[in-house]
Design a protein. Structure first.
Length: 181
């Protein structure tokens, strides 16, 4: 496991504190944040592509702006719909990773991908909650540890702290999403 980069100076300390705060937000509200930002991210991507494509193809800025607005709306809808399938992608990818790491034959890797994808479709919310809690926990704990002098067992602290923050984040997110569709 790679050693943490320990910060020095005001900029490093500030970025580590920001990483800690952002990590905690992701760990404890990552699913809602991702779901809420999916449409915005889609709109921005579609707007940029529509503006670029519309302006380059027609050399008319007004048509480029109309294409940007249409592209923004279409991509926002696409990203919101695609958000429902992110769990399938994550679970299928994890299944393939594990199958390949264990040396399974190609047909078994394909079966693992399909089974993982199906599980991901069924458990999309839970998979995204776990993924955001783990990622946020890792960011928060890694940022916190980077503020202190290196220790011989910092990887153990990183792993243990990440698991604790992730577990608390999972419980918190699932409780806040209870009864929500």
């Amino acid at each position: 496991m790679a050693a943490l980069v320990h910060v020095g100076g005001a900029g490093g300390v500030l970025s580590a504190i920001l990483g800690l705060l952002v990590g905690l937000v992701i760990a404890f509200a990552g699913y809602r944040l991702a779901r809420g930002l999916a449409g915005l991210a889609g709109f921005v991507a579609g707007f940029a592509l529509g503006l670029l494509g519309g302006t380059l193809l027609t050399l008319n800025p007004l048509i480029g702006l109309v294409a940007a607005l249409v592209g923004g709306v279409l991509f926002a809808i696409l990203f919101v719909v695609a958000f429902r399938f992110v769990g399938a992608l994550l679970a299928g990818s994890l299944a393939v990773l594990l199958a390949v790491a264990m040396g399974w034959p190609a047909w078994a890797v394909v079966v693992a991908a399909v089974v993982g994808g199906i599980i991901g479709l069924v458990a999309n919310r839970v998979i995204l909650v776990v993924a955001t809690a783990v990622e946020g926990g890792w960011l928060a704990v890694g940022s916190l540890l980077s503020l202190f002098a290196p220790t011989p067992n910092e990887e153990i602290f990183l792993l243990g702290g990440t698991l604790v923050v992730a577990a608390l984040g999972i419980v918190s997110q699932l409780r806040s999403l209870r009864g929500e569709r």
